[in-house]
Design a protein around this ligand. Structure first.
Ligand code: GDP
Length: 300
């Protein structure tokens, strides 16, 4: 918890502390509410959620009358947690429930942290006693397969790779096949995020999906999003949800941004739960997303 708080320090300073300071003013006049709205929008909470949160807070603080610091914190916390949709199912389907390995596709735009997330997720699984195989289906970025293999040897997972510039679907196929042959628990497939055209992406991811599914179901498709790209990243994310059956979002680089409110927008706009958050470049910097803990860390 302390660690989460430290990693979210930038969002905590701008959003959590900012909101509490304004809320505890002597008079909550229109100006104060505008400032609260501004803080939420700046943190990328999004227009619709901001309006709702502000309206509810406004009503509730009026009804309550007396407003101690503790009460205000509790109100704010409740509203932020509610906006994070705690009822969403965030279970990770990374462990096989039938024959063969669980297959996890990791998709997203280049640079968002897909390869790093594969490495960190493999680490979590290996630490949990699982066997993991990594598939380097990002054959377009020159260093991607090397980077993934380095992560693999670091965390104790083997890597299947193809020739540079080769067919991503064929690497994905070989990885799943090798996973069956070796009897591993999980195959994590790192894909290329070339968003040159929607049709191109659809063709590429569609083909990866088809060849993988020849051998069994895809248990989880994780969309990796870079929190620092804010609302722009959401536009690209929507394309991915249209072409792949995304089952969960990994929001990376939350450690480097004051825009922690993007979690609210992402879930609201995409209708997909944020399941994991990236809190740094290190091997242990991946955490399950828990709305209550997140808000607690934000409010300091
Ligand atoms: P890919 O192109 O999507 O596979 O992206 P990479 O995994 O190569 O990551 C791009 C850069 O983002 C690398 O420098 C990573 O170390 C960095 N990165 C990934 N996740 C995080 C994170 O959660 N926090 C921070 N600060 N950096 C991250």
């Amino acid at each position: 918890m302390q660690r989460l708080r430290a990693r979210l320090a930038r969002s905590q300073t701008s959003l959590g502390r900012g909101l509490l300071t304004v809320l505890s003013r002597e008079r909550l006049d229109d100006q104060a509410w505008e400032e609260i709205e501004e803080a939420l929008l700046t943190a990328d909470v999004g227009v619709r959620s901001t309006t709702e949160i502000v309206e509810r807070l406004r009503t509730r603080t009026q009804v309550l009358g007396t407003r101690s610091q503790g009460e205000l914190r509790a109100l704010l916390s409740e509203e932020l947690v509610a906006a994070l949709q705690p009822q969403m199912d965030r279970t990770l389907h990374t462990i096989s429930t039938g024959d063969g390995p669980a297959v996890v596709l990791v998709v997203g735009v280049n640079g968002t942290g897909k390869t790093t997330t594969c490495g960190k997720l493999a680490r979590v699984l290996v630490a949990d006693g699982r066997t993991v195989l990594l598939g380097a289906a990002d054959t377009f970025r020159a260093a991607a397969a090397d980077q993934l293999a380095t992560w693999g040897s670091r965390v104790g997972a083997s890597t299947v790779r193809g020739p540079e510039g080769g067919d991503p679907a064929s690497v994905a196929f070989e990885a799943v096949k090798a996973g069956w042959d070796a009897g591993v628990d999980t195959v994590l497939i790192d894909t290329a995020g070339r968003l040159h055209t929607k049709v191109g992406l659809m063709d590429e991811l569609g083909k990866v999906k088809r060849v993988v599914e020849k051998q069994g179901p895809i248990n989880e498709t994780l969309l990796v999003l870079d929190a620092t790209t804010g609302q722009n990243g959401l536009v690209q994310a929507r394309v991915f949800t249209e072409v792949a059956d995304v089952t969960g979002v990994v929001l990376t680089k939350l450690d480097g941004t004051a825009k922690g409110g993007i979690v609210i927008s992402v879930q609201r706009e995409l209708g997909v739960p944020v399941k994991l958050i990236g809190l740094g470049e290190g091997v242990d910097d991946l955490a399950p997303f828990d709305p209550e803990q997140f808000v607690d860390a934000l409010l300091g």
